[in-house]
Design a protein around this ligand. Structure first.
Ligand code: TXA
Ligand code: MG
Length: 351
């Protein structure tokens, strides 16, 4: 299939994309977090096509994107005062809320669950597309299932060209990691996926918020509340390992640097290609031909924005083994380490 690729600022590009969505087609579009792969959320066939294009298991539900808060009351049952307070504080923006669903939302969109995930993105192109299409847009991240999420239109083209109707190019996204997901269906709101909106930010509005125990204790093998969190995710093709100091996970001391250099040296001798993920601060410490830079140490915003592009760079280098430093787990760092540890399939070496 031919995929139309247009810049969002091209004349009529967004209205053309809106018409495709209205007719049941698929369009990838920018949001402030990552690019999404959109289809009409109320058409079961559109959701099926989304799963097929991504190669995604169909029990992994999609997020429904809206452009007006009042639509929550059409899609969801039981919208609590706490949910309303969060919507008021953080929408439009990088936060997804989970509610009991109304029957008009098809099972194909929610992976058979009786709940629905809803988000109002803040990216102006995304809002314009939702309004122009006149539909609610079901949109997972616009990557092939299991690969790092796309932070540029080029990443989407790598994964989905010839598989969908249109790709809207709005340039690189701002945040770089997916929205914070909060389940509002229980007594205490629960974070199912950490993101740019942190636990502290949520608690400043509604008081106590929990983090899904499955995320904090992977060793217990609990079922994560967000089905997507159980899959190996965000992974580059090469094997990624994180090396951290056992005394202070976020500090990159000489032992961490020595260990990464030792692993690189061993693998290179065996004939493999290696890459090191680090920040500009520590770049000079590594003896590796392929140094891939994240943002600045201690500046989570720049690290998040670069993370997925950096993992894809490791793929274009064709690195067999990739070694990364760890980052602190406070606030946004928690969301970054959640993605990085999943990308590494939980391979973490403490030195
Ligand atoms: O930032 C984002 O959220 C991006 C942009 C495009 O909006 N979207 C995104 O979608 O990350 P996706 O499909 O890659 O991730 C959605 C996550 C999955 O882990 C899925 O299991 C979870 O949301 N999810 C969706 N509906 C759910 C529901 N009803 N209950 C629990 N988890 C749900
Ligand atoms: Mg995804």
């Amino acid at each position: 299939m031919e995929t139309i690729i247009k810049k969002t600022k091209d004349e009529n590009a967004i209205s053309e994309a809106g018409a495709i969505l209205k007719n049941g087609g698929l369009v990838a579009f920018p949001t402030e977090t990552v690019y999404g792969l959109g289809g009409d959320a109320l058409r079961p066939e559109a959701s099926k096509h989304i799963y097929a294009a991504k190669g995604r298991p169909s029990d992994n539900p999609l997020i429904v994107h809206i452009a007006d808060t009042k639509d929550v009351y059409i899609l969801a049952k039981e919208v609590s005062p706490k949910a309303e307070a969060l919507m008021e504080a953080f929408w439009p923006g990088p936060m997804t809320l989970i509610f009991k669903k109304n029957p008009l939302v098809p099972d194909e969109t929610t992976g058979g669950l009786d709940t629905v995930a809803i988000r109002m993105p803040s990216h102006p192109d995304a809002l314009k597309l939702i309004k122009e299409s006149g539909v609610y847009i079901a949109a997972p991240s616009a990557n092939t299932s299991g690969r790092p999420s796309p932070s540029t239109a080029e990443h989407v083209i790598e994964d989905l060209n010839h598989k969908i109707d249109m790709i809207l190019d709005g340039g690189p996204v701002g945040i770089g990691i997916e929205s914070t997901i909060v389940d509002m269906t229980g007594t205490i709101p629960t974070i199912c996926r950490p993101g740019f909106i942190t636990k502290k930010m949520l608690e400043s509005i509604i008081g106590e918020v929990e983090i899904d125990k499955a995320l904090i204790h992977p060793e217990l093998n609990l079922h994560p509340k967000a089905p997507g969190m159980k899959y190996t995710h965000y992974a580059p093709h090469g094997s990624l390992t994180i090396v951290e100091s056992k005394d202070d996970e976020s500090s990159v001391n000489q032992a961490v640097i020595d260990k990464i250099n030792q692993l690189v040296n061993e693998k290179e001798k065996e004939g493999y290609k290696t890459a090191v993920l680090t920040t500009a601060d520590n770049k000079a410490s590594y003896k590796c031909d392929n140094i891939v830079l994240l943002g600045a140490k201690g500046d989570g915003v720049t690290v998040a924005a670069r993370l997925y592009a950096a993992l894809r760079e490791c793929d274009s280098i064709k690195a067999d083994f990739i070694y990364s430093e760890g980052f602190n787990r406070d606030d946004l760092g928690g969301a970054i380490m959640n993605r990085l540890i999943k990308s590494a399939g939980h391979k973490v070496i403490l030195v």
